[in-house]
Design a binder for this molecule. Sequence first.
Ligand code: FAD
Length: 330
Amino acid sequence: MNNIAKKFFMALSQNETLNTTAKKWGPHLGAEKVVAGTTIPETITSIKKLNAYGISCTVDNLGEFVSEKNEAVKAKEQIISMIEAIHYNHVDAHISLKPSQLGLDIDFDFCLNNLTEIVAKAAEYDIFVNFDMEDHPRLQPSFDILDEITKTYSNVGTVIQAYFFRAVEDIKQYKDLRLRIVKGAYKESENVAFQTKEEIDDNYLRLIEWHLLYGKFTSIATHDHHVINHVKQFVEEHDISRDKFEFQMLYGFREDMQHGLAEEGYNFCTYVPFGDDWYGYFMRRLAERPQNLNLMFRQVFNKRTNTVIGLVAGAFVLGRLSKRNKKDKE
Ligand SMILES: Cc1cc2nc3c(=O)[nH]c(=O)nc-3n(C[C@H](O)[C@H](O)[C@H](O)COP(=O)(O)OP(=O)(O)OC[C@H]3O[C@@H](n4cnc5c(N)ncnc54)[C@H](O)[C@@H]3O)c2cc1C
């Protein structure tokens, strides 16, 4: 059942028609709980609220897998406006971005120029920029862009996804950057990535421990309290200073725990997505872990949204069945 739910939401996340319709609606179906605003001023207000709890923010202009140059340019301009808003509002925040939103799938040099422009503007204001990591085909090109940009700028870092076999090598290569370590959110093949929860969790802890001991600065991005408790104990035992790491969670998830960790004196950073391109992000959150799916149902779904999801799920299953029937007949 969990696998069906995962495939269902992953398939929905890639549906272009639903994505276009969703943009027109604005955040719905519970997405409004996990998206901090559709405009920059709304998002700055959300950031100020988090800052008041001693929580810093990493801000993501929603959108990905862009295939038109004008869309990538629009995204770049929006991110630069957000950098200016962070600076002029004196909020404690930096930028997270997805290379595929800035033209990675269109042309390498075009994307490199867009990212360089963003990083250069952020450097003017001493603002950090994190390159989020996407799926496997985009992994090496993203590292290649990072390699080019770090020749000139030092206000950049990236993400290591623990489900990849190559993560252990990548973390060593990029140990001198500020790194966010995550389990990994995309569906990846068994040729390149661990498939079981146990293997991914084991590798996750191994990578975190290594980077805490030998790396520059570690962002431990997880909602998993087992991992968080393990890290608390590990840093205590190895006398690792609290300035060397932070915990990160997504906006709207486990808010009590976010506030609690900040109150305990740990550096805490919330990943704050904003904009109207919420659909793919939201569907991936529902798809990525069955536990999250259940929690989302409990936390944000009411009778009306359950009905909508039920209808969409029914249509999805019927669509799959009729496709299969058609294939059987052919
Ligand atoms: C700040 C941030 C940035 C990210 N950036 C990227 C990125 O650039 N690239 C990428 O591929 N992925 C990224 N991810 C997603 C990440 O890879 C995982 O897919 C996602 O975080 C789910 O894994 P998890 O470690 O949170 O816990 P899971 O493995 O989903 O859950 C483990 C356990 O934690 C508990 N738990 C989890 N969620 C909740 C909840 N909401 N409430 C209560 N208990 C809960 C449950 O007990 C669950 O069994 C990011 C995640 C975060 C938090």
